[in-house]
Design a protein around this ligand. Structure first.
Ligand code: PGA
Length: 250
């Protein structure tokens, strides 16, 4: 049985004080969330240690939004997977489209990040997704296939079992435009089929999240799809009520 996950990607939002409040509100509302739904929050690096204190002992898990592609040393401004794990994270987002688009992240960098995250006991939430132009050109399946193959196909089955996938069509991120549940399900099924070709039955156990303008009003329909196992939530994860309402959509 694969895990159901609702993860909040806070991106570069909130101060530490506001982030602690948000985490506190989420913990306080946990009783309203179905027990089999794993909540994850991914605050900015500066917030990880203080937020870890707030969620300590609760069922909320902590994630980073990225990690360095090097283990340690003279890499000014970078934060390593070991450091992230050391403050209590059990997950890290990798390959978010904003990292690929604005910070030049390539599959090669992501292979290195993936290896370091896994070595340090983190479960990577690996993001894939096509740009609008790629969908309009009918090329989205090829783009997603390449993103999966280039970064995940070198992993062992044991490593792959720790990875969570997030399908985030770039045209749906922060735009208010959500993929229809049919569009999302079609890609999720394709992702599972692509993973099955390499990893066999393990693909059935891989959690695949949908991300891109997911909100309380559309989460129910999306999560009802057979291959959608939860959501990676940006904007709507910054309000505890909305985030919890999305988790209640199961
Ligand atoms: P959004 O972001 O929910 O604000 O569209 C999702 C994401 O980028 O993870």
């Amino acid at each position: 049985m694969r895990k159901k996950i609702v993860a909040g990607n806070w991106k570069m939002n909130t101060t530490v004080a506001a982030g602690k409040e948000l985490a506190k509100d989420i913990v306080a509302a946990l009783g309203k969330v179905p027990k089999d739904v794993q909540l994850i929050i991914a605050p900015p690096f500066t917030h990880l240690a203080p937020v870890a204190d707030v969620i300590k002992g609760s069922a909320v898990a902590l994630s980073a939004q990225n990690c360095a592609d090097k283990a340690k040393g003279a890499f000014t401004g970078e934060v390593s997977a070991e450091m992230i794990a050391g403050v209590g994270c059990t997950y890290t987002i990798l390959g978010h489209s904003e990292r690929r688009q604005y910070y030049g992240e390539t599959s090669d960098t992501l292979v290195a990040k993936m290896a370091l995250a896994l070595e340090n006991g983190l479960s990577p939430i690996y993001c894939v997704g096509e740009m609008l132009s790629e969908r309009e050109a009918g090329n989205h399946f090829n783009v997603i296939k390449a993103q999966l193959e280039e970064v995940l196909f070198g992993l062992s089955a044991e490593q792959m079992a720790k990875v969570v996938i997030a399908y985030e069509p770039v045209w749906a991120i922060g735009t208010g435009v959500t993929a229809t549940s049919e569009q999302a399900q079609e890609v999720h099924a394709f992702i599972r089929k692509t993973l099955a070709a390499k990893f066999g039955d393990l693909a059935k156990d891989i959690t695949i999240l949908y991300g891109g303008s997911c909100k309380p009003s559309n989460a129910k329909e999306l999560f009802a799809c057979p291959d959608i196992d939860g959501g990676l939530i940006g904007g709507a994860s910054l309000k505890a009520d909305d985030f919890i309402a999305i988790a209640q959509s199961y």
